[in-house]
Design a protein around this ligand. Structure first.
Ligand code: GAP
Length: 460
């Protein structure tokens, strides 16, 4: 018999878990898939929503200085002229003269084709914006673009938000939404795709205070990832070199995550200065300045932009949570997801399908789902059901057994430690709420008692 040994996370394991458990499917899979587009399945959509909600809560709900917005994907084409995307949002593209594969040359190590070693054509600049036509006539005048960033929807609404909210600087506007880029090289699963979601803040400040706010947001955003449970050693800040800076940026840092393929950008935090408001004022002919009541003068605010990717956060959260351990000579795969992010918070598991037991279990289930995303599973052995929940990161399982019929109590089992406690059904909601809020599992609720420990072996 070959001994099973737990091993470290890699991209194949994440892709396989996502496919197997319904987190992520290739887009239009029955037709062979569509390159670099992905569909989020029943568990994936929950995890993704939880990430977006955690972000929205931290940057909008819990703050006085930031408001939300949801702007359209299609925008007036002049937007992209003003923002510089028509001229500047391009990557250098070269084609192999032998195998005709296309490559982004700023990503290449050498000067020949990485696939076959053939000679490459001279690079030409390739604009990453997707074009389409608005209305029934497909001519130059009807070209519109799918937005490559959500940011521009915020800039063009700056005056609307200022007028309707009567807010003072510093003022942030936050938006979550889809963006599209016709990326030349994609890959690493959902890390770089052609359709993705961004969570962006444009934080408008008085000129001269921008450096201070820039530093503030670097710390604030790094802390957000830590609060989601991502390990500190897997996060770093990386300053952009001058030649890397986007056309609009005075300065930029990336928050990088140590993905299985190496360090890569999770979020960019840029000081955009007054570039965007000045450009849009010039191109639209509308004033986008702000009247500073203290100085009694008009000014054009500077902008600090923390711009995060939903899909990359999703991938980082999964990679960070993934774990394997040896348990009773079997490999236990588990996701140590933060309870706030876990797609399912609690699973209700009746020990048997017998009607008297199932009835109590269904009552418990009906009660708990008023508070949380709860699943009900009565198929196969209890051990297998625990493993299924571990693998999708469910923090707590509630088992209803024959003793429950007598004592109106259930067993609560915790994902990470596999410890179990017995809890009366009447205090179950409060116990689970406390556990999900981070209270140690063995703080017993009134009337609770320590039940049993699942046998657990340490690897090695
Ligand atoms: N408004 C600024 C902006 O869009 P960016 O660095 O190009 O800046 C911000 O993008 C974030 O959007 C990135 O840090 C990344 O998380 C996400 N992102 C960008 N391109 C992506 C792609 N092709 N696939 C998935 N996420 C992407």
């Amino acid at each position: 018999m070959t001994e099973k040994t737990p091993s470290k996370v890699n991209m194949e394991k994440i892709v396989s878990l996502c496919r197997r458990r319904g987190f992520i499917f290739p887009s239009s899979e029955i037709y062979g898939g569509l390159s670099s587009c992905w569909d989020y399945g029943p568990l994936g959509v929950e995890l993704k929503r939880n990430i977006k909600e955690a972000w929205w809560r931290a940057v909008v709900q819990e703050r006085d200085d930031i408001v939300g917005l949801d702007t359209s994907i299609l925008m007036h084409p002049q937007t992209w002229e003003a923002s510089g995307h028509l001229q500047g949002f391009s990557d250098p593209l070269a084609e192999c003269k032998n195998c005709h594969q296309r490559w982004r040359t700023d990503d290449l190590e050498g000067s020949s084709c990485p696939a076959c070693g053939g000679e490459l054509t001279e690079p030409r600049m390739f604009n990453l914006m997707f074009k389409t036509f608005m209305g029934p006539i497909e001519d130059m005048a009807s070209i519109v673009y799918l937005r490559p960033e959500t940011a521009q929807g915020i800039f063009v609404n700056f005056a609307n938000v200022l007028d309707t909210t009567r807010k003072k600087l510093p003022l942030g506007i936050a938006q979550i939404g889809k963006s599209f880029r016709n990326e030349i090289t994609t890959g690493n699963f959902i890390f770089r795709s052609r359709e993705f979601e961004q969570m962006e803040i444009e934080y408008f400040v008085k000129p001269g205070t921008d450096e201070e706010w820039f530093n503030y947001w670097l710390e604030e955003r790094l802390n957000w990832y830590l609060r989601l449970g991502i390990r500190k050693e897997n996060l770093r800040l990386r300053q952009h070199m001058k030649h890397e800076l986007a056309h609009y940026a005075r300065g930029c840092y990336d928050i990088d995550y140590l993905f299985p393929m190496g360090w890569a950008e999770l979020e960019g935090i840029a000081n955009r200065g007054d570039f965007d408001l000045t450009q849009h004022a010039k191109h639209s002919g509308k004033s986008l300045s702000y009247f500073d009541e203290d100085a009694r003068e008009q000014l054009v605010p500077c902008v600090i932009e923390p711009s995060a990717g939903v899909d990359r956060t999703f991938l980082a959260v999964l990679c960070d949570a993934y774990d394997e351990e040896l348990d009773n000579e079997e490999i236990r795969v588990l996701l140590h997801l933060h309870p706030e992010l876990a797609p399912i918070k609690v699973a209700v598991l009746p020990l048997s399908r017998k009607e008297n037991l199932a009835q109590v279990a269904r009552e418990v289930y009906a009660d708990l789902r008023q508070c949380w995303a709860v699943s009900y599973d009565d198929a196969q052995s209890i051990g297998r059901r625990y493993r299924r929940q571990d693998e999708i990161g469910t923090p707590l399982c509630v088992t209803v057994d024959f003793e429950s019929l007598e004592d109106r109590a259930v067993t609560v089992r915790e994902r990470d430690t596999m410890n179990q406690i017995r809890v009366p059904t009447e205090t179950l909601r409060t116990t689970l709420a406390a556990k999900l809020a981070g209270e140690a599992l063995f703080t017993l609720p009134p009337g609770g008692k320590i039940w049993k420990e699942e046998r657990k072996q340490n690897p090695g």
